[in-house]
Design a protein around this ligand. Structure first.
Ligand code: F6R
Length: 598
């Protein structure tokens, strides 16, 4: 997590460019922000706790052409000004995204060499280490090469050196892009942060040192041999990063889902469903699938498992990436690992991908950010077309991932020839109609009255069976992450094995019922909580279900597409509950959008 940005240009506007970039990177953390500006060999550092606007208020008019900036998601040390970046030790000033894992032993060694530390951060240790090597070598590139060899962990660094007018950067396991613009050169944790000021971009490779002046970008390997940078045009997209009149990005992104579904499915399915076979990798050889991801992306994997097992008859295991990467994995040469990630930078998901690659297992990534590390490293890539997702809580990227899993299940079923022609024709028709169904569901949803009736409660339960249970898990996560209400998702049949003791008079229980064959079973479980006083809220595609406190009726569509409608009331209810509780919806506390630490 954390976002970094840097500028070395001809025009005296580094403050403006860095602040603009930091605002775009705020999704990566907003515990504190800081900026270092260099003028006439003097480096001025300004820091502020909280969001970028607090930092902005502290900055004066400025006339510098070189600087670095940082927005923090705290890992080591509480989010106060001392622990904020940039950190400065001796000749070196740095901003850092990532975690230096061996910082404690490095700190001990540096203290023995008479270094003193003001903060609790691993970053200050990194800064001191670069300073130590710099004093030894009297050459910053040699110092950085030594740093790369010595340090364990993950980092993307922006570096300023006293009496030097260049900007330096290195990275390992954290993203970093270099931009070339009309007025100068930039670095940042992602393209969004520099897209207004850069015309071309180049991704910094690992073990490479970038030396950046206002005119040129030079790259060196660890032996300090020069490498030619390859700059590409910035990819253009149709999604804007404005709120477009919506009160929050989250609401805007919920409303973008019809377009996101269309753009994601259009890539693979045009006038005939068979086009999937051309557009997607050949899955014929795989007889076992592992899906690995974190958070909401993990929840899409649970939906994927349901669909692939049902339609393609292939066994699927879904695992949380932070567990998968450290456990014994039972795969063979016919196993496919599917990783799912909006950002394409999630540290644990990336590590799981690398682990499988190392074991010579084929990998497929479902990613939203096209040039992300995961997209670059996976064998096969299916990109979702959600556009930039700014709200920390995912909505449209979740849907795009679910849509992609639906298409994968269909493709696998097609390849095995186990799906009927009539069913395929029906699915194709429904895919074409779904954007309008999504729009209607959003516009007709009674989420406001439901939110009004539950926003003051302390505990909320979600229950469902089969694919609806996977949706419950997403609904519950969405609610707690943005509204800070405790909630839990249960397989409907499991509630009575303990948790039902928490259900009291008026405890909201949200029941999802879209699986026709499981409908009666889930209804029985809802009756069990109703008879114990629960407030019952039902989300269903069955118009015959009646007599509960609140019911949201969904259009009934093919099972492969149904989750794309079911998730909408869940997103909207969470949004509205958080709004009624005056929460910071787009930037919930303690969270960050891109989790590049494990
Ligand atoms: C929840 C949410 C997170 C992410 C998770 C994985 O709303 O957004 O749970 O799904 O952090 O992130 P990506 O998809 O970027 O790997």
């Amino acid at each position: 997590m954390c976002g970094i940005v840097g500028y070395n240009g001809k025009e005296k506007k580094s403050k403006e460019i860095l602040i603009e970039g930091l605002k775009k990177l705020e999704y990566r953390g907003y515990d504190s922000a800081g900026i270092a500006l260099k003028e006439n060999n003097k480096i001025t550092i300004t820091k502020a706790k909280g969001k970028i606007k607090n930092l902005e208020e502290k900055l004066n008019e400025n006339t510098t052409t070189l600087g670095i900036g940082h927005t923090r998601w705290a890992t080591h040390g509480e989010p106060n000004e001392i622990n904020s970046h940039p950190h400065q030790v001796g000749n070196i000033t740095i901003v850092h995204n990532g975690i230096i894992e061996n910082y404690k032993e490095l700190k001990k060694e540096l203290i023995e060499k008479k270094y003193e530390f003001k903060s609790e951060t691993d970053t200050e240790v990194a800064c001191a280490l670069i300073d130590y090597y710099y004093n030894l070598e009297l050459d910053i590139k040699k110092a950085l090469a030594k740093f790369i060899d010595k340090v364990k962990g993950a980092y993307a660094l922006g570096i300023l050196v006293k009496n030097d007018d260049k900007l330096y950067s290195i990275r390992k396991d954290c993203p970093l892009v270099i931009g070339q613009g009309k007025t100068g050169n930039l670095i940042a944790s992602d393209i969004l942060a520099i897209s207004n000021n850069a015309e071309k971009i180049c991704y910094l490779e690992e073990n490479t040192i970038a030396e950046i002046t206002d005119k040129e970008v030079k790259l060196y390997n660890k032996n300090l041999e020069e490498i030619k940078p390859i700059f590409k045009e910035i990819p253009q997209g149709e999604y804007t990063t404005d709120k477009c009149g919506y009160e929050h990005y989250m609401l805007k992104e919920i409303h973008e889902q019809p377009k996101v579904f269309k753009n994601t499915t259009d890539k693979y399915v045009q006038n005939e469903i068979e086009s999937l076979k051309k557009e997607m990798p050949d899955f014929k050889n795989y007889n076992k699938i592992h899906i690995v991801a974190c958070g909401s992306a993990y929840h899409t994997g649970l939906v994927g498992k349901n669909l692939i097992e049902e339609y393609a008859n292939i066994p699927v295991e879904v695992e949380i990436a932070s567990e998968y990467r450290y456990k014994k994995n039972f795969y063979d040469e016919n196993t496919l690992l599917i990783v799912v990630s909006q950002s394409g930078e999630t540290a644990d998901t990336l590590a799981a991908l690398r682990k499988a690659k190392n074991d010579s297992i084929d990998t497929l990534a479902i990613v939203n950010v096209k040039n992300s590390t995961i997209a670059r490293e996976a064998k096969y890539v299916l990109t979702t077309e959600a556009g930039p997702e700014i709200a920390v809580a995912t909505t449209k990227a979740y849907s795009a991932q679910v849509a992609t899993f639906g298409l994968i299940a269909l493709n696998m079923a097609l390849e095995k020839n186990i799906i009927k022609k009539e069913e395929l024709t029906q699915i194709l028709k429904e895919i074409k109609e779904l954007p309008i169904q999504i729009e209607n569901t959003i516009n007709n949803c009674n989420y406001k009255e439901i939110a009004n009736s539950i926003y003051e409660r302390d505990d909320i339960f979600f229950i469902g069976r089969g694919i609806d249970y996977a949706l419950c898990m997403e609904g519950s996560l969405k609610l707690k992450e943005i509204s800070y209400i405790h909630s839990q998702a249960y397989a409907a049949g499991e509630l009575k094995h303990g948790t039902i003791s928490l259900v009291e008079n008026n405890t909201p229980v949200i029941g999802i019922i879209t699986e026709q064959n499981l409908k009666d079973k889930t209804i029985s479980n809802i009756e069990e909580v109703k008879s114990r006083g629960a407030k019952t809220i039902i989300i269903t595609n069955d118009n015959n279900i009646k007599n509960y406190d609140y019911i949201t009726y969904l259009p009934k569509v093919h099972k492969i597409l149904q989750p794309l409608l079911t998730v909408l009331p869940l997103q909207l209810i969470s949004y509205e509950v958080a709004r009624l509780r005056n929460c910071d919806i787009d930037k919930p506390k303690n969270l960050a959008k891109s989790v590049t630490v494990e």
